[in-house]
Design a protein around this ligand. Structure first.
Ligand SMILES: [Zn+2]
Length: 182
């Protein structure tokens, strides 16, 4: 998707589902089929009309595919070269969607005549050290989203468990898209 929309219209129910997924993972309330870590990642389905991008569905993903042997090394290198130091070990950061789960989500979007327009993931107080706002994409996020033609939704969960969602085209700080809840 090229950046043709200026704003994002999101159903409150969909925003709540996104935030609920993140809060649940942060609280370590895992489901059996889920990678057990305090990270949350999901896909976002929607459509564009009249310069407004409307988000209608989110699909939380379960398996973090970055632990797959074929990808592990590349991702570790990207993290070491591009991320802000964190308390978390390099191995415990970042998410790669499992191809199987992506297939399933795309089929679901197709059924409802939606397109994959982006992804969401969680930031929280311990995502990295230092003063840079956790509501914003990190350098690593921007690196991973370059040329994706997708919207990156950052769900920030505060230390009090409150969620705030912001959206950035291709994870770029200068390309924030305003979200309107309906
Ligand atoms: Zn991030």
């Amino acid at each position: 998707m090229m950046k043709v929309a200026n704003g994002i219209l999101m159903e409150k129910m969909v925003a709540d589902e996104m935030s609920g997924h993140c809060v649940r993972k942060l609280n370590c309330d895992f489901m059996p089929e889920e990678t057990m870590e305090q990270q949350a990642f999901g896909l976002v389905g929607g459509k564009i009309s009249n310069n407004i991008l409307s988000v209608q569905m989110v699909v939380p993903l379960y398996e973090n595919f970055r632990y797959d042997e074929s990808l592990r090394q590349d991702m570790n290198e990207a993290i070491m070269n591009h991320s802000i130091p964190s308390e978390l070990a390099v191995e415990e950061r970042a998410w790669i969607a499992s191809p199987k789960e992506v297939q399933k989500a795309l089929a679901l979007f197709d059924k409802y005549d939606l397109s994959l327009i982006g992804s969401y993931h969680m930031h929280h107080e311990n995502s990295w050290n230092g003063v840079q706002s956790k509501e914003l994409p990190s350098k690593l996020d921007e690196y991973l989203a370059r040329d994706s033609e997708m919207v990156m939704f950052i769900v920030y969960i505060s230390e009090f468990g409150e969620a705030k969602v912001r959206a950035f085209y291709e994870g770029k700080l200068g390309e924030e898209m305003e979200i309107f809840l309906k």
